[in-house]
Design a protein around this ligand. Structure first.
Ligand code: FE2
Ligand code: FE2
Length: 477
């Protein structure tokens, strides 16, 4: 090494990447980088798939929304890695190949985990390992020659670290320390660890034992996994078939005050938890699309989960216990069990197109502004922007499967017509009495604001009886 070599005026050398001394040491060969990056890509892809597939059937709202979030983050890292691998002298890319059969079993097992705790523990083990192997890569690859990969992985490591912390924290909330359950979960974690050993660790940097190849024992995934389309909710969501309060009819009634309309909008936002429940199934049951489809659809799933959480936040801000409202699953339950994935996508697109005209998202934003409730304005401002994006995603991935926009809309409209009102059926079956929850919500908001309820607003009792949930184009996802 040249002694006393210094950069001009002691400026940071090598564009600020690292010291000259560090850069004189050799790094990983390019082929080894590509091999490892492909493993990371596979891991993110499988985690995206697993988290998405479990959104619908996960009962706990905080986890359902977090799965939507983390699935989207994984999708972004898949996208970045695909691009980077494509820059590394590599066609054919082989990005759809399974890097090692034991790694496939590892993720299949997590996907088939029988309970929420098993699922999150499996996810935690996976994401912990992924963080570890990304860090190893960062240490071992050359900081100058492989700077583009290091940049991509720097972002990945930041978010993977957040995800790992989330997983550990969730487990500490769900599982009693030193309980029998904890012991069972530790055993599950060890089994997953043995699968990673068989795969030569997550990044394949160790030899996999010869016994591991072929004949790997499957536990939960011994029976092939199928996506569970039935939505589940935790106990805060009661009376799930209730269609007793027609939020749209109130919202578009010119005689109603804006502050009360905000409550109906917050209800509509929170009710949007049914959109991730429904869209997750479209993704899970539509294989073979270009990667961009999954990335964009996952972004929308995450947006819709955020919209639901915006509703939650708004209610809390206004001093309202939202569990007194009835956050129905009617929409996701019925679409998931009565329509094909393409029909569901059609219904979604048809509804979202209806959000763009005057009665749609601009109107909701204007109502929020008029209400003088700042948090409501923030919520509707961004909800509107997200909806514009969703319309573009629909045009890209749904409409292009049809000859024209009109055909695509007609297909969605027709599919939506299949879902005839079940108002009477669910009532006769004793599933709900369609009780009017509106006064309970409105009175809380008034009490919290220190104002007297307006008798005309309090008396609101219009229901969804005989209505398609969208009032034919006037809707709320
Ligand atoms: Fe949307
Ligand atoms: Fe939305």
């Amino acid at each position: 090494m040249l002694p006393n070599y210094t950069p001009y005026k002691n400026l940071p050398p090598l564009a600020g990447l690292c010291s000259i001394e560090d850069a004189t040491k050799p790094g990983l060969p390019l082929d080894e980088c590509v091999r490892r990056l492909k493993r990371f890509h596979y891991c993110f892809r499988r985690l995206h798939e697993i988290l998405t597939a479990r959104i619908t059937s996960e009962p706990i709202y905080e986890l359902k929304t977090a799965f939507a979030h983390h699935a989207y983050l994984c999708a972004e890292h898949v996208t970045a890695l695909r691009q980077r691998i494509g820059e590394m002298r590599e066609p054919p890319l082989g990005l759809e190949d399974v890097p090692h059969p034991a790694l496939e079993v590892f993720f299949d097992e997590i996907r088939a985990a029988p309970t929420t705790e098993d699922l999150v523990e499996g996810y935690r083990v996976a994401i912990d390992q992924l963080y570890h192997v990304i860090r190893n890569y960062q240490d071992e690859t050359h900081p100058l020659t492989d700077a583009p990969s290091r940049r991509v992985l720097k972002f990945a490591a930041l978010e993977v670290n957040d995800m790992a912390n989330w997983g550990a924290y969730v487990m500490s909330c769900l599982v009693e320390p030193d309980s029998k359950r904890e012991t069972q979960l530790e055993e599950w974690g060890r089994y997953l660890g043995s699968l990673l050993d068989a795969a030569g660790t997550m990044d394949g940097t160790r030899e996999s034992p010869p016994t591991a190849v072929g004949g790997l024992p499957r536990h939960y995934s011994a029976t092939p996994y199928t996506y569970d389309p039935i939505p589940q909710r935790d106990e805060r969501f009661a009376d799930l078939w209730n269609q007793g309060v027609n939020a749209e009819a109130f919202l578009y009634d010119e005689t109603k005050p804006a502050r009360a309309k905000v409550l109906m909008m917050l209800f509509k936002r929170l009710r949007e938890i049914d959109v991730p429940e429904m869209m997750a199934g479209i993704i899970a049951q539509t294989p073979g699309k270009p990667w961009g489809y999954y990335r964009d659809m996952s972004r929308q799933v995450w947006d819709e989960a955020r919209h639901a959480m915006m509703g939650e936040v708004g209610f809390v801000a206004l001093g309202v216990d939202w569990t007194k409202a009835r956050i129905t699953w009617n929409w996701s339950y019925r679409l998931n069990t009565e329509c094909s994935p393409l029909e569901r996508h059609g219904v979604l697109f048809f509804i979202e197109q209806g959000l763009m005209p005057r009665t749609g998202k601009r109107y909701e934003f204007e109502v929020a502004s008029e209400s003088g409730i700042p948090i409501a304005t923030t919520i509707q401002d961004f909800d509107w922007a997200d909806e514009v994006l969703h319309s573009q995603i629909g045009r890209e991935w749904y409409v292009k499967q049809f000859g024209s926009l009109q055909e695509a809309l007609d297909f969605g409209d027709k599919a939506w017509t299949k879902i005839t009102s079940n108002w009477t059926t669910v009532k006769e079956q004793g599933l709900t009495a369609h009780a009017n929850w509106w006064p309970a919500i409105y009175e809380q908001a008034c009490a919290s604001a220190g104002v007297n309820p307006d008798p005309a607003v309090l008396a609101y009792a219009e229901t969804y009886e005989g209505k398609r949930a969208d009032l034919k184009g006037v809707v709320g996802e």
